[in-house]
Design a protein around this ligand. Structure first.
Ligand code: RRO
Length: 305
């Protein structure tokens, strides 16, 4: 259960480059992903940043997609189709460029069949815009405004925090509002991957800077899940994302306190079978450990004495 909505398993897709079109979303619908998360949307359709803007790396990915999406109206339409066709929760991701845009989009989704809304103020790739999730006052204003108009259960996708003080500050803001879950973490912003032979970056936007995903970020993701799990005392659920390729990765996220997990880079790299594979591996590992339900071990990370 996430925010009172039933999920068949605790594993589903993250909002990202493979969930932009209806065709891509139907791939998620037909897969074992327990929900269909749609690409973050804006008021108007966006082409995104110039290509190349995504690259697979040895242990993950770098992207600077720049929010390419079909505009929120398309995702309202898709949610109706997906909801009818696939018996699983549909999640809208909202990433408006201004407070006003966000309010228009949130209001519009009130009348759609989406089950949950994930607010994404953490994209690292909008040229000329800072990562809003790092600005505590801006987050306060946005969450205040959004809370007043949103009638669906909603959560916030957060950027990675690296300093303990920042976890507390952002948690204190989030606690003021009816936020049902946080999703930790977005890609880690502004990494630079260099091709030493060409002496050039791998991607074009922002002089090569982009969000890092995959195995490189798993440990930061786990720490973010753990800190928010502790700070929210389980009153606000935590969804983990970042570097999940196996069932054991999922196990670690749940042990740290996650109620569910999302898969991004590994879905892009391995295709929709990743959801079955990871689910089966998790089941096997739980059986070995004699756990029958994720509640048996969720959040129960032990400490070294
Ligand atoms: O589209 C993107 O460039 C993007 C977004 Br909105 C996001 O939230 N995270 C990311 O890594 N890329």
């Amino acid at each position: 259960m996430i925010a009172g909505v039933n999920f068949n398993t605790c594993i589903f897709n993250t909002s990202g480059p493979a969930d932009v079109t209806l065709q891509e979303l139907e791939v998620v619908g037909r897969s074992k992903s327990s929900a269909i998360t749609m690409k973050s949307c804006t008021l108007k359709p966006r082409e995104g940043n110039p290509e190349p803007r995504y690259a697979d790396l040895e242990f993950g990915s770098i992207n600077s997609m720049g929010l390419p999406n079909l505009g929120y109206k398309a995702y309202i339409k898709f949610s109706k189709i997906l909801k009818k066709k696939y018996k699983k929760p549909v999640i809208a991701s909202i990433s408006g460029m201004t407070l006003k845009d966000n309010l228009v989009i949130f209001k519009a989704f009130n009348d759609s069949p989406v089950d949950l809304i994930e607010f994404n103020p953490g994209s690292p790739n909008t040229i000329g815009k800072p990562i809003v999730g790092y600005d505590v006052d801006a987050m306060d204003k946005l969450l205040d405004a959004v809370s007043k108009v949103c009638k669906k259960p909603f959560g916030v996708k957060l950027p990675a925090y690296l300093d303990l003080v920042h976890f507390e500050k952002i948690a204190n803001v989030i606690k003021k509002y009816p936020v049902k879950f946080v999703t930790c973490i977005n890609s880690i912003g502004n990494g630079l991957v260099i091709d030493p032979n060409k002496e050039k970056p791998l991607i074009k936007p922002k002089g090569g800077l982009g969000g890092i995903g995959g195995r490189y970020i798993k440990f930061t993701a786990l720490a973010n899940v753990r800190k928010f799990y502790e700070l929210f005392h389980d009153k606000i659920q935590v969804i983990g994302v970042g570097g999940i390729y196996s069932g054991i990765d999922v196990f670690e996220f749940i042990l740290a306190g996650a109620s569910a997990v999302q898969i991004g880079t590994a879905f892009l790299q391995k295709g929709p079978r990743i959801f079955d594979n990871v689910q089966n591996e998790l089941k096997k590992f739980m059986e070995k450990k004699k756990y029958y339900n994720i509640q048996d071990f969720r959040g129960k990370l032990k400490y070294l004495n």
